[in-house]
Write a protein that binds this ligand. Structure first.
Ligand code: CP
Ligand code: NVA
Length: 308
């Protein structure tokens, strides 16, 4: 069976815990090394990852490339606009061709069904590098960031403020797998898909949905937000206005626990979803979170190759 990572549930809770352990060990082992030097064991020596981008990326692109280098392999970037995929070649044929040429495929796209289609036709692992539905690779990095700050996942109180988007969906899926609780503060009409809320609740998690940002933040261990306008969405003034009460401010952070962390997957829009004071403040771990994309993506890759 080929191991695809289209969503967190493909791996499951025990595997995600193992991935985070592996990421911590590998991160510690190379702490002062030059970033491009391979890990001692070079477990993916000779392996090549193709990265298909139908949307922009800084972190996902750089972290998967560096992850492959550190594991002893290499990566190639394929922008869909310069691929035959962008001229109508099918996902199925692209998957079958790349499966004959490379060892794994990472794809960032809009419609999640394209990732599932790629996984159906590929004979090498397919990794979801973000879709309109979910962003599982980000969440492995986020959980690693929370754990390395000394917080245990079971029973953790995570507050999400703002848009009920792809990143929140993956947080809810992670909650179901790792048994933490999620307090969601969103304006009417911008809630997450009920499927993800139901998934977390069915797993025994407490998921609170409120219109009151302060209520969502109160007592939280971790406060998370994301851009109000995701890639592919129109820049709508109406949406920005609806989101304004959910901006993460110092006043809102003060409702959370004193040792609460602030997370943001980036890119951030200072003055929109978060103030400069919070973003640059002592509770913000956003750049650890960004760096941890490398360490997390290494574990995702190793799992896909049967090595975690
Ligand atoms: N957080 C994240 O996925 O960033 P990029 O869009 O830069 O890859
Ligand atoms: N929700 C954002 C995440 C970017 C990493 C988007 O989809 O654009």
């Amino acid at each position: 069976m080929v191991r695809h990572f289209t969503d967190l549930s493909d791996a499951g809770g025990d595997v995600i815990a193992a991935m985070i352990n592996d990421a911590q060990d590998r991160k510690a082992a190379r702490a002062e090394w030059p970033r491009g030097r391979p890990d001692e064991d070079q477990p993916l020596q000779g392996r090549v990852l193709a990265m298909i981008f139908e949307k922009s990326s800084t972190r996902t692109r750089a972290s998967f490339d560096m992850a492959m280098r550190q594991l002893g392999g290499s990566a190639m970037v394929m922008e869909s606009g310069t691929m035959q995929l962008g001229r109508g070649e099918t996902i199925a044929d692209t998957a079958r061709v790349l499966s004959r040429m490379v060892d794994a495929i990472m794809i960032r796209t809009d419609d999640h069904a394209k990732i599932e289609e790629m996984a159906r036709h590929a004979t090498v692992p397919v990794i979801n590098g973000l879709s309109d539905r979910s962003h599982p690779c980000q969440i492995v990095a986020d959980l690693l960031t929370v754990i390395e700050r000394g917080k245990a996942l079971p029973g953790l109180e995570v507050a999400w403020l703002g848009d009920g988007n792809n990143v929140l969906h993956s947080f809810l899926e992670a909650a179901a797998l790792m048994k933490f609780n999620v307090r969601i503060g969103t304006p009417a009409g911008y809630e997450p898909e009920t499927e993800f809320v139901d998934m977390a609740r069915a797993a025994g998690c407490v998921v609170t949905q409120t219109r009151d940002a302060a209520e969502a933040a109160t007592g939280a261990d971790v406060v998370v937000t994301d851009t109000w306008i995701s890639m592919g969405q129109d820049h709508a003034e109406e949406k920005l206005a609806a989101m304004a009460p959910y901006r993460v401010t110092s006043e809102l952070m003060a409702k959370a626990r004193g040792d609460a962390l602030f997370l943001h997957c980036l890119p951030a829009h200072i003055g929109e979803e978060v103030t400069a004071e919070v973003f640059e403040g002592p509770q913000s771990v956003v750049f650890d979170e960004a760096e941890n994309r490398i360490h997390a993506q290494k574990s995702v890759l190793l799992w896909c190759f049967g090595l975690v």
